[in-house]
Design a protein around this ligand. Structure first.
Ligand SMILES: [Zn+2]
Ligand SMILES: [Zn+2]
Length: 262
């Protein structure tokens, strides 16, 4: 039994065969999938999927890469969407300084908007008593600075974690979690492999971030929730333990973090 804690099942990549993709996940032992919203339309679709499939849950949020397209009243829309009992967190939210506008004149305004929407969505998370799915890329210090105001009020999962053991410990000490993707199977991913080896049970979860980040040997192809199994297998191998143990730990951690009942 495994939980894919971060999938973008609403994306058009799955329009041709979404039901088959979900069935393959079940066959691979991935019993639950959290479909992550990145914009208002994507969040709406994630909620619809969660309302149609008993093993799918949703998060709603504006991804930092989508802030320039978000309407002024985005948080009001998210608050309304989060009324569904199938919504288990706000996300994905955060800061992304890797993909910034190519026009240098627009960078400062974009960063400011990212920070504003991250803060506003953390406020909403606290107000609703939910947890947050956090996207951080090349923005470590600013992400932690904004999150600091919510310590003790909001727990987050630093999804697609790629940092060092020390960075993981830093966020774990603040009550947050991390989760690992198929990157742990990549040859050049020594740092994250070291982190996946070092953390304790209860400190991490697994995810695919599909359609991105397909694990080896499917690297570069469309990823899907069934591949959560390979992520967990790789972590088990790195730690010299069995898949069943990693599956049990990460499933229990995900159940505790997301709740799955409201
Ligand atoms: Zn992300
Ligand atoms: Zn994502």
């Amino acid at each position: 039994m495994l939980i894919d804690t971060h999938a973008h099942l609403d994306y058009t990549d799955y329009d041709p065969d979404r039901a088959e993709v979900i069935a393959r996940a079940t066959e691979a032992g991935v019993t639950e999938i959290i479909s992550i919203g990145t914009r208002l339309d994507s969040s709406t679709r994630a909620v619809e999927l969660a309302e149609n499939f008993p093993n799918i849950w949703a998060t709603v949020g504006i991804h930092p890469g989508e802030v320039d397209l978000a309407p002024e009243d985005a948080v009001e829309w998210l608050r309304a969407l989060a009324q569904s009992s199938r919504v288990v967190a706000i996300g994905e939210i955060g800061l992304d300084y890797h993909h910034l506008p190519t026009d240098p004149a627009k960078v400062a305004a974009n960063k400011k908007r990212q920070a504003a929407l991250f803060g506003a969505q953390l406020e909403l998370t606290a107000e609703l008593g939910l947890n947050a799915v956090i996207h951080q890329r090349d923005s470590w210090e600013d992400t932690l600075r904004i999150l600091a105001d919510f310590t003790g009020k909001v727990r987050g999962v630093f999804h697609c974690f790629g940092g060092t053991v020390e960075q993981a410990r830093e966020v774990l000490a603040l009550g947050h979690l991390v989760s690992f993707t198929g990157i742990v199977t990549f040859k050049n991913a020594r740092q994250v492999q070291e982190t996946a080896r070092a953390l304790e049970p209860g400190e991490f979860m697994v995810e695919t971030d599909c359609p991105y980040l397909a694990p080896v040997p499917d690297r570069g192809k469309r990823c899907e929730p069934a591949h959560t199994r390979r992520v967990a297998e790789q972590i088990a191998q790195l730690r010299g333990t069995r898949l069943e143990e990693i599956a049990a730990w990460t499933t229990e951690t995900a159940r505790g973090f997301f709740g799955f009942k409201r």
